[in-house]
Structures are given as structure tokens and as C-alpha cells.
Design a binder for this molecule. Structure first.
Ligand code: ACO
Length: 336
């Protein structure tokens, strides 16, 4: 069995925050942010549309409509997110919001900005080896909920969004995933993380407290901590190597690729990777000026815009790569 991409969709919150808006919050300015990152605006979950689950379901609906597949025909929902709205998993809530009445399997994949890439490869494995036929892969994150809004080095980077694709079983000759390459390095976690921290509680176990240290303290998550320079170096070093490995597995080289579609973290990272692979800027997809770094959503969001605007056409070959916290990174060679 093979698998192919048959639909995509995306959704963003309505609240837009510009660089000038951020300059009212921290000591920064539009020129610094645009020159160093390429970002001009980002969307943030707030007020009325404050549900990541709803955003993910909207993106998934777009993918199903494009593919002309009913929610009841979906047999697996993968929700790639590092900011779930339930610690035990967000995917079943999205499945419910979509109205998939036959209770398909649904579960979360947590791998920060590489989440969608990992979801895509996992979906392909489920189809090729597990008998699944219609798999929704959703990348959705609301990092704004974990941003330290007083840290000018990181708060300028992130936005919230959701993107989705539908991967469908097909004959092997129509297969749309040609090669992939996946990695992680826990040692690099110190450069980018949002770890747990203890929450103060006055709960006591009776007056004599007979078990030392009990009850355990509840925890919450810290805000995002990032060493931007190290993350930048890691991306520029590892992403071209990973794409080359995926291309090699596919028996292709960069000149066979119609589009380079990287996780949208920083325009300078995108440009450096494209230069290393000798891919001209006309073949590079970028929309981070409008949305910033939307973590697991960035690749399917940019893909959806490129497909709907007619840039990416049926049969086009795409080299895509996700990279970020973990550290995690990976690439895949796809046909739209
Ligand atoms: N506005 C104005 N000045 C700033 C700002 C700001 N928003 N932020 C930092 N500065 C200052 C610094 O304080 C520093 O000042 P100094 O020279 O007086 O000390 C100066 O600008 C240079 O700072 P650097 O950190 O060296 O700037 P750099 O060129 O490295 O750019 C950036 C910083 C944009 C964060 C860059 O390193 C980057 O994009 N890194 C990658 C980050 C990334 O992609 N992270 C997400 C990964 S995905 C995931 O999984 C979540």
C-alpha cells in the first residue's frame, strides 16, 4: 500500500498583533524584528476564539472538504501539538468536534515545531503497515499561552494557528511520500524548553504529616526559555543535512524539487538552508511575515496557503523540514 496527500486546510485566530503592538509591550521595534526574523504580524488566541481545539477542527474540516471525505470515513486523527488543552490528550476532543461518529483512533504527538513532520511520517506508517485508509494529520499550537511576554528575545517570534492534511491509502505506484529522515537530541533541550515547575500549595496531609514530602506539590509549565543563537546554529547545521538524507533516500537531489517548505521559524534560517541546498528563492515557500513561528502548525498552514493560491499544483515535489524544541528535527520528500 502507498499513501498520498489528498487535502489540506488551515485556521488562524482573528486577533492580529503587529510588531508595533509588541513595541508597546517590550523594548523593541518593527525594524529590529523584521530584519532579524522576517516576521511582521502574528495571530494570537484570545477572547472569543480562545479554543485551540476549535481551530484544529476548522483546519481539519478544510482538509476533509478539499478531499471530499466525510468525517465518518476518517479512521485516525493525529493531533500534533505541544500545547494541548487537556494534559491527557487533545486529539479525541478534535475528533468529537469533527463529529466522527465511528470513534476512530485519535491521539496526540508532542514534538514542538517538528510535530507535524513526525505526524506525517507516523500517518504514512499507519497506512502502509496498519491498514488505515484516511488519516488526518493536524498541526496546532498556541505557544502564546507559554510565551514570557516580558522577554523581547522570544515573545516577538511566536503565533498561534492550526493546519491539517488528509493522507489517504493508495496503490504503491501513486505513493506520495518518497523519503524521510527524523532525529532528536535531548542534550539540546537546554537551549529551548518549557519545563515543569512546582506550584505553591498549602494542602497538608493531616496535622501529623506522617509521610514526608506527601502530598507531592502540583506543577505547572514554565514559560518558553530559549537560547536563540544556539537554536539558530542548530537549525542551519542540521536541516540541510536532514533534507539531503531524505532526498538521497528518495533517489533525488535538490534540483528535482519544485518547492522547499521549511518550518517557518525565521526568514534568515529559511534563506540560509535554501542557499546551502542551492534552491533559488522563487522555489521557497514562506508566509512567516504574516504569522510568525506557529510551531507544529507552520508547515501545513504554509502548504494550505500555497495550494489554495495555486502556487503548489498537483504533481509538484516538495522537500519539507521541521525543527525545534527537543531538540527534534526531520525532513520528508512529498508529492502534492
Ligand atoms: N528587539 C530589539 N533588540 C533585541 C530584541 C528585540 N526583540 N531581542 C534581542 N535584542 C537585542 C539583544 O539584547 C542583543 O543586544 P546586545 O547586543 O546589546 O546584547 C542584540 O539584540 C542581539 O541579540 P541576539 O540574540 O544576538 O540576536 P540574534 O541575531 O541572534 O537574533 C533571534 C535573535 C531572532 C531570536 C535569533 O537568534 C533566532 O531567530 N533564533 C532562532 C530561534 C527559533 O527559531 N526558535 C524557535 C524554534 S522552534 C520551536 O520548537 C519552538
Amino acid at each position: 500500500r502507498g499513501c498520498k496527500l489528498v487535502g489540506c486546510g488551515s485556521a488562524v485566530p482573528s486577533l492580529q498583533i503587529s510588531n508595533d503592538d509588541l513595541a508597546k509591550l517590550v523594548d523593541t521595534n518593527d525594524e529590529w524584528i523584521s530584519v532579524r526574523t522576517g516576521i511582521r504580524n502574528r495571530r494570537v488566541i484570545a477572547g472569543k476564539d480562545s479554543s485551540l481545539t476549535a481551530l484544529a477542527a476548522e483546519a481539519a474540516r478544510g482538509a476533509l472538504q478539499m478531499a471530499q471525505v466525510e468525517p465518518d470515513d476518517v479512521d485516525l486523527v493525529l493531533m500534533c501539538t505541544s500545547t494541548p488543552e487537556d494534559l491527557f490528550g487533545n486529539a479525541p476532543q478534535v475528533q468529537k468536534a469533527l463529529g466522527c461518529k465511528k470513534n476512530p483512533l485519535s491521539y496526540d504527538i508532542t514534538a514542538a515545531c517538528s510535530g507535524f513532520l513526525l505526524g506525517l511520517v507516523s500517518a504514512a506508517c499507519h497506512i502502509r503497515g496498519g491498514g488505515f485508509s484516511n488519516v488526518l494529520v493536524i498541526g496546532a499550537d498556541a505557544l502564546s499561552r507559554y510565551v514570557d511576554w516580558s522577554d523581547r528575545a522570544s515573545c516577538i517570534l511566536f503565533g498561534d494557528a492550526a493546519g491539517a492534511v488528509l493522507l489517504q491509502a493508495c496503490d504503491t505506484e501513486d505513493d506520495g511520500l518518497f523519503g524521510f529522515d527524523l532525529h532528536s537530541d535531548g542534550d539540546g533541550q537546554r537551549h529551548l524548553n518549557a519545563g515543569i515547575k512546582e506550584k505553591e500549595t498549602d494542602q497538608k496531609l493531616g496535622s501529623n504529616g506522617f509521610v514526608a514530602g506527601f502530598p507531592p506539590k502540583n506543577v505547572t509549565y514554565s514559560c518558553i526559555h530559549m537560547n536563540g543563537k544556539e537554536v539558530f546554529r542548530f537549525a542551519v547545521r542540521c536541516v540541510p543535512q536532514s533534507i539531503e538524507a531524505a532526498l538521497q533516500q528518495a533517489g533525488l537531489n535538490a534540483s528535482n524539487i519544485d518547492w522547499l517548505l521549511l518550518h517557518q521559524a525565521n526568514q534568515r534560517i529559511i534563506d540560509a538552508v535554501a542557499a546551502r541546498l542551492e534552491v533559488p528563492s522563487e522555489r521557497v515557500i514562506s508566509n512567516l511575515a504574516n504569522y510568525g513561528n506557529t510551531s507544529a502548525a507552520s508547515i501545513p498552514l504554509a502548504l494550505d496557503e500555497a495550494v489554495r493560491s495555486g502556487k503548489v499544483k498537483a504533481g509538484h515535489m516538495i522537500a519539507t523540514s521541521g525543527f525545534g524544541a527537543g531538540l527534534t528535527w526531520g525532513s520528508a520528500i512529498l508529492r502534492w
